[in-house]
Design a binder for this molecule. Sequence first.
Ligand code: GDP
Ligand code: MN
Length: 377
Amino acid sequence: MKLHEYQSKQIFAKYGVPIPKGRVAATADEARTIAAELGGRVVIKSQVLVGGRGKAGGIRLAKDSHEAGEVATQILAMEIKGLPVRKVLVDEAASINKEIYLGITNDRSAHKPVMMASAEGGVEIEEVARKNPEKIIKIHIDPLLGLRDYQARDIAAGIDLPREYWKSFMQVAHGLWQAYVESDATLAEINPLVITGDNRLIALDGKMVLDDNALFRHVDLAELRDLDVEAPAEIEARKYGLTFIKLDGNIGCMVNGAGLAMTTMDIIKLFGGEPANFLDIGGGAGAEKVAAALRIILSDPNVKAILFNVFGGITRCDEVARGILSAMEDVKPDVPMIIRLVGTNAEKGRQLLADANMITAETLADAARKAVAAASA
Ligand code: GDP
Ligand code: MN
């Protein structure tokens, strides 16, 4: 789950990282009021979950509250990389002497978090990473020991940070590390961390990505999810405990188990089809869950056929079949459905479905072939 800049910076601030004064606004009027409270020059920043807002014109300075209102009106009418701007952050403007990059992410191959820093931060950081990767220094952090003082000092030295800023840099680096660990983040990034005209170090931008699998233990952070930016089907799926990802094909997949779901998608492709989604209905394929999953799959107009591939283990196949049949009464799909059931009581389950005139299959290959044929008919 990605957090907005204003949310990330608030978390950073809780861990002692200095951020500019400011607040988020949903209307130009609110932006004007905030700018008036702050007084002086402000920066109006689009809050969308993509990078490169500055280059896209989504970050602009305003000299007073009147101009802040005008700029906010314009930015709130923008779309950046396909995402509509619904909120702007109004921050007091900083004068910038230097832009530094500082970030932490997981280095999977090293099995450790890595802190990265560059003296050449700012909007061109990707360019730096590509052309001058040696200008980005990296230090791995032992997750049990945490970020050590000497490591933070090594980074400060590595980016040639003047001595007078080392003390506040240590505070920023430790704050960022704590925010990263305690939020179960997979990314915590400040770009740019700036040295201001009045010789302070502050985080002008902030970005955090949280590990979805750890959100259950961060009730407060889970509430920060921006439902505006998620596909409605994915929100609906989460409500029923389904794992759903929309794809571009035309064969809807209803499968229990993530591994089986991936296999199903592979086999569909092998026979020349394209899956419309990844869906793991999880354990206990009861009627209510199956009906919810069916509705979600059918809300996609591209879907021309649905392939059920269910392994009855703890949940018996006859139960699954009954679940499917009662869900069908509820949802009434108008596309062909191909069903492969294996596992406990498979015979009984298949019989129930055959009696209801549904297309059943014994092997996955058979099911996939039938689904591809049905979708292209
Ligand atoms: P991004 O483009 O999405 O990464 O958005 P940022 O928040 O990083 O802003 C992009 C750039 O805008 C920064 O690198 C700065 O150069 C500039 N910028 C952002 N805030 C201020 C500010 O308060 N004052 C000034 N002068 N420039 C700013
Ligand atoms: Mn940035």
